[in-house]
Ligand binder design. Structure first.
Ligand code: ATP
Ligand code: MG
Length: 207
């Protein structure tokens, strides 16, 4: 089975800036620098055939690129305990529009809808039972923080491999926005990276 999600990869300089926010905090699992991303849609475990259908359907999404900006922090809590600390994405109608297009594309191949409202964020750290006031102190120490505007020229179908020492995300397909692969700022980066070999037997054919 393939654990999939659709996300925006972030430029190197933005990931480096996010990585600089990492500090000592008991029980925190900080996201590795190479892993920072903005999830548009979590898909979950699917077989190879469904993965092919998903990859093909996503290829039909045609949207323009846009800029994004990070500003400040937020957290997800359950039962008074913080579970995740994230960097906030400044509201973007272009981003919301792309996310809806991807939702619609995935409806067509029978991926179950996410019931929660889309809340764009970049997860920085996950916690086991962190008290809210300690996380708020951490946020104060790290503030102010902002990054961008930076260009988003593609979205990515990632495959996630969960390991004991943290997840590895592998781009299975990179979909250029604007419909022009050569205007995409991340395309060459992925293609040239030895770790991300698009030619291997797991790669999804684009057609
Ligand atoms: P780990 O599970 O080891 O903490 P992770 O959450 O980063 O690592 P995945 O669980 O594969 O790795 O998730 C990949 C992406 O999808 C992450 O951005 C994660 O927040 C998001 N995600 C995972 N599960 C869900 C879910 N049930 N609903 C919405 N988003 C999810
Ligand atoms: Mg997870």
């Amino acid at each position: 089975m393939n654990r999939l999600f659709v996300a925006l990869a972030l430029p190197d300089h933005v990931r480096a800036a996010l990585s600089g926010l990492r500090r000592g905090f008991p029980g925190a699992r900080w996201v590795a620098e190479e892993n920072f991303h903005l999830t548009l849609r979590f898909i979950g475990e699917v077989d190879n055939r469904a993965m092919d259908d998903i990859a093909e359907e996503l290829d039909r999404v045609r949207e323009p690129g846009f800029d994004l900006e990070l500003d400040g922090f937020g957290s997800f809590e359950t039962k008074g305990k913080v579970r995740a600390l994230w960097a906030r994405i400044l509201a973007s109608e272009d981003l919301n529009h792309l996310q809806r297009k991807i939702d619609t594309a995935l409806d067509a191949v029978g991926v179950a809808r996410e019931t929660r409202r889309f809340k764009p964020h970049v997860t920085l750290a996950r916690f086991r039972d962190a008290p809210l006031d300690r996380v708020n102190e951490l946020i104060c120490e790290a503030s102010p923080f902002s990054a961008g505007p930076f260009p988003i020229g593609s979205f990515t179908l990632f495959r996630s491999f969960l390991h004991r020492d943290g997840p590895v995300y592998r781009p299975e397909m990179v979909y250029p926005l604007d419909g022009d692969a050569f205007s995409d700022p991340y395309f060459d980066e992925f293609r040239d990276d030895d770790e991300y070999d698009f030619q291997d037997e797991n790669a999804v054919p684009s057609h």
